[in-house]
Design a binder for this molecule. Structure first.
Ligand SMILES: [Zn+2]
Ligand SMILES: [Zn+2]
Length: 200
């Protein structure tokens, strides 16, 4: 696949065309090129993306997933939950990593676009005309790399797979089995998330 085929594939996978998924594709490609690696068919790469939950622009993660092959299905990607638009890509075989961060130079133009005006007014992206979707995609796709991203230095940094916790407890609330790291403390008892009554 050449880069435009990758973009087309990513947008088809994503479901609509938007700046953040396009930024994910460009940053993902830049990270792979910097490390000199191919898309992970298996788990050769690991990605940490800095987006969080329930905020605009999370679409970034789909661009990263499609481009790098680091996917939530394979388990070789995770979110650090900082509400930021950056990815750290690890190449497991060489023990190297690079962080690529999105630069907000285009945001005033993106914000002023018909697409984002409609998004801000609550229109779902799929109900925005194709040409208005493509306007923001093309802005991000055609910008010079140095304008829209900062590529950090390649670091010697191995991806260390967190150790599996193999301890479980029986929740006193529901009697079901729960892995220890997921226990919550509620009124002094160690219970599962559902029984804690706390928001997830
Ligand atoms: Zn999107
Ligand atoms: Zn429970």
């Amino acid at each position: 696949m050449d880069d435009t085929e990758i973009l087309a594939g990513a947008l088809a996978f994503h479901g609509h065309r938007c700046w953040a998924s396009t930024a994910g594709v460009r940053l993902g490609l830049a990270a792979m090129e910097t490390l000199g690696v191919e898309r992970a068919g298996s788990k050769q790469l690991h990605a940490v993306i800095e987006t969080g939950d329930y905020h605009g622009g999370m679409c970034f993660g789909d661009g990263i997933q499609f481009t790098t092959g680091c996917t939530f299905g394979k388990g070789n990607i995770e979110k650090s939950g900082e509400g930021k638009f950056a990815v750290t890509l690890f190449d497991k075989s060489s023990g190297r990593a690079v962080r690529v961060a999105y630069r907000p130079t285009l945001q005033p133009r993106i914000k002023a676009s018909a697409f984002m005006q409609k998004r801000a007014a609550g229109v779902p992206p799929t109900e925005i005309p194709d040409e208005e979707q493509m306007e923001v995609v093309n802005l991000v796709w055609n910008a010079p790399a140095e304008e829209i991203m900062t590529v950090g230095p390649v670091r010697e940094q191995a991806w260390v797979e967190p150790e599996e916790v193999v301890r479980f407890a029986v929740c006193p609330g529901c009697g079901e089995l729960v892995a220890e790291p997921y226990l919550r403390v509620a009124e002094g008892r160690l219970v599962c998330a559902a029984c804690s009554g706390y928001p997830r």
